[in-house]
Design a protein around this ligand. Structure first.
Ligand code: AHR
Length: 655
């Protein structure tokens, strides 16, 4: 965030009479009208757009274990398309393990002429590596016959070598060897070449390369820059692993958390449901290695001090795809997965799943409080399955809060039916999704004003304004972000009903995305927050603990003169926090009138604004629209000018 120190009052505020309409903002700071949950602003993570493999999970080798449906996808050998090399020099044969674990295949390299054989991994749209940083290569080797060394070379776009390292394979039993490779230059789309010394054969599996520098320095961990962006939001919760990915196109291809924990090499690879979902965005090489699995999600939640919020399959495959149903009398394994997950997160280390967690290095419980049953399901088939889950979970774990779903749309037949039934079933938290135009977001800033105060609470679990813009990063423009902010004032004003909220999707790789807009864009080397990201961050960083009553001439401020407002108090920091959004293309004047509390003159004012509503943050110019913080002096009845298309956070210190 840019910070302007001691900006003069005259420059920051227009004080006194004005020719323009002035909107009074009357805040009653004497009493809280609702508590704001610590979970109010969170994040939604789904492995879409290469968010996990190729993104947050810092592995640089694609298909490291030869487990894709086409087991050599991502690798190229002389006999694929490098014609200059001798086709008979060698070959990688894919062999199946005979034991029954998640790790199905390995490669047997048969080398006739080592000088003519190479195999190259292309990475996730290349590999981003930085000059002079260390990268850890590891490889499992099994039976070795006549091969004395394995050489790894980093190649740039011209196939020139700019880093190399070698490993001498050990023995004949599967063992993991490691070596460090240090690139001499920074390359965004490098590849890794493997060659051999000797003649004979060698079995290899789990060929892996990670930066040594990861989030918290964890070995083979997460990409530091991306987690930092998440941490900067200070999210109240982390929802994972999606999204539709939870459901799968078929039940067989649903997300099964048990297959994502334990030894990395045994986690069974699964095709990513987003691989061919959109015909204009085909990514057939999109798989889930589950290196980022449920243990890592819990650990990440802990790192972020965010409540973990796992969502599980409820026995219905994606209803946009097959809609396959687990029969009602066949639901047990699904329900058991939910119960076992709670044990995995919270159970004693002597319990079956608590022990698995402890063996992975976390004997302390993860303190799971929420669990989601189904993602975007609808209809009677959902309600009857939800009921079975809710009964079983509540019987064993009455303290766990269950998240239920209201389908893919914020209104309509499915939505109404879902809500009606869930109310009857005393559901606790209902997930709502809306991907709509900026106009919809502004027009719906009062959406929750009339919600039943005695019914289930709301989890606004997936939302984003979709403006009319060229697809990709340009969809994350100022127009959308300001509309979301306007809407979010309504979420916060209704914090007694709305307990959790999250923008979706979270991340997108610039060369491998399926869905836009997204909160964060990244490539192999860099990442940046969108304008929408900064809106989320502003609201989450300045949440407050209690909502205050805000009126203008006795009315709620929802689009009057294109202004939207909410106010909160932070009881711990002793601050009054105003959030004022101006969705118009003009300056707007407001008159602040705070009653019920005195406050110091010196205030902090953070403003996100721009003249061009189509402006967005790009890879070339990631700071086009970012919040600017200034110190101002404010007194009661001051007139304040809100910039065009602006989101303003004004923090007053109570005196
Ligand atoms: O956020 C992208 C997708 O939108 C989610 O996977 C799904 O829940 C919704 O349809």
């Amino acid at each position: 965030m840019k910070r302007i120190k001691n900006l003069s009052v005259a420059a920051a505020l227009a004080i006194g009479a004005s020719a323009f309409a002035q909107t009074p903002i009357d805040v009653d700071a004497s009493k809280s009208i609702a508590e704001i949950q610590p979970t109010m602003y969170g994040i939604f993570f789904e492995d879409i757009n290469f968010a996990a493999d190729g993104g947050l999970y810092a592995e640089l080798i694609k298909n490291r274990s030869f487990e894709f449906e086409s087991p050599k996808m991502g690798w190229k050998e002389p006999n694929s398309n490098r014609h200059s090399l001798n086709k008979n020099s060698g070959i990688a044969k894919i062999i199946n393990y005979t034991d029954n674990t998640g790790n199905k295949n390995y490669a047997r390299f048969e080398i006739n002429d080592a000088s003519g054989y190479e195999i190259i991994n292309e990475g996730f749209r290349g590999m981003g590596v930085k000059a002079d940083e260390n990268y850890r290569i590891s490889v499992m080797t099994g039976k070795v016959n006549g091969i004395s060394a394995i050489k790894f070379e980093l190649l740039d776009e011209n196939e020139d070598v700019f880093g190399e390292a070698s490993i001498a394979p050990k023995g004949n039993n599967w063992t993991t060897s490691e070596v460090t490779i240090t690139p001499s230059k920074t390359v965004e789309k490098a590849t890794l070449r493997i060659t051999f010394s000797g003649k004979g054969s060698i079995d290899m599996d789990m060929i892996s390369m990670f930066p040594e520098e990861t989030w918290k320095g964890r070995k083979n961990g997460l990409r530091k820059d991306l987690v930092q962006l998440l941490a900067d939001i200070q999210p109240g919760f982390l929802r994972f692993p999606g999204g539709c990915i939870v459901e799968g196109r078929t039940l067989e291809k649903r997300y099964q958390w048990k297959k994502t924990v334990g030894a990395i090499e045994d986690r069974e690879m699964l095709v990513n449901r987003w691989n061919t979902e959109f015909s204009n965005k085909l990514t057939p090489d999109y798989y889930q290695s589950f290196g980022l699995g449920f243990f890592e999600y819990f650990q990440l939640s802990e790192d972020l001090e965010a409540e973990p919020l796992p969502i599980l399959s409820c026995g219905i495959a994606c209803q946009y795809n097959t809609g396959e149903l687990a029969p009602m009398d066949g639901l047990d394994p699904y329900v058991q997965d939910a119960l076992d997950l709670i044990e995995f997160a919270n159970g004693d280390t002597s319990s079956k799943w608590g022990k698995v967690r402890a063996n992975m290095g976390h004997p302390e419980p993860f303190n799971l409080k929420f669990i989601g049953v189904g993602n975007e399901q609808w209809g009677q088939e959902y309600i009857e399955r939800y009921e079975v889950f809710a009964k079983a979970i509540k019987e064993k774990y009455p303290e766990i809060i269950i998240v239920s779903g209201s389908g893919p749309s914020p209104d309509g037949e499915y939505f109404d039916y879902g809500w009606e039934q869930l109310k009857k079933l005393d559901a606790q938290l209902v997930d709502e999704h809306y991907y709509k135009s900026p106009e919809w977001f502004k027009a719906n800033a009062d959406r929750y004003d009339d919600y039943d105060r005695n019914g289930p609470k709301v989890f606004a679990g997936e939302y984003a304004a979709h403006p009319k813009a060229e697809d990709g990063p340009k969809e994350n423009n100022l127009e959308a972000a300001v509309a979301e902010a306007a809407f979010m004032t309504g979420l916060e004003r209704n914090a007694d009903v709305v307990h959790l909220t999250s923008y979706a999707p979270l991340m997108a790789h610039k060369d491998a995305w399926q869905w836009a807009p997204d909160l964060i864009w990244f490539d192999n080397l860099s990442s940046h927050g969108t304008v929408n990201y900064y809106v989320q961050k502003l609201f989450a960083n300045n949440k407050g603990t209690n909502v205050l009553k805000v009126r203008s001439n006795g009315d709620k401020i929802i689009g009057h003169e294109d202004i939207y407002a909410t106010a909160a108090i932070d009881a711990d920091k002793k601050e009054i926090i105003l959030k004022l959004v101006n969705t118009s293309a003009e300056n707007k004047e407001v008159i602040l009138n705070i009653s019920g509390s005195t406050f110091k003159k010196k205030a902090d004012w953070i403003c996100l604004s721009g003249d061009n509503i189509k402006a967005y943050n790009s890879f070339e110019e990631p700071n086009t629209i970012v919040p600017v913080e200034k110190e101002v002096k404010i007194k009661n009845n001051n007139t304040i000018e809100l910039a065009p298309n602006s989101v303003n956070i004004i923090k007053l210190k109570k005196s």
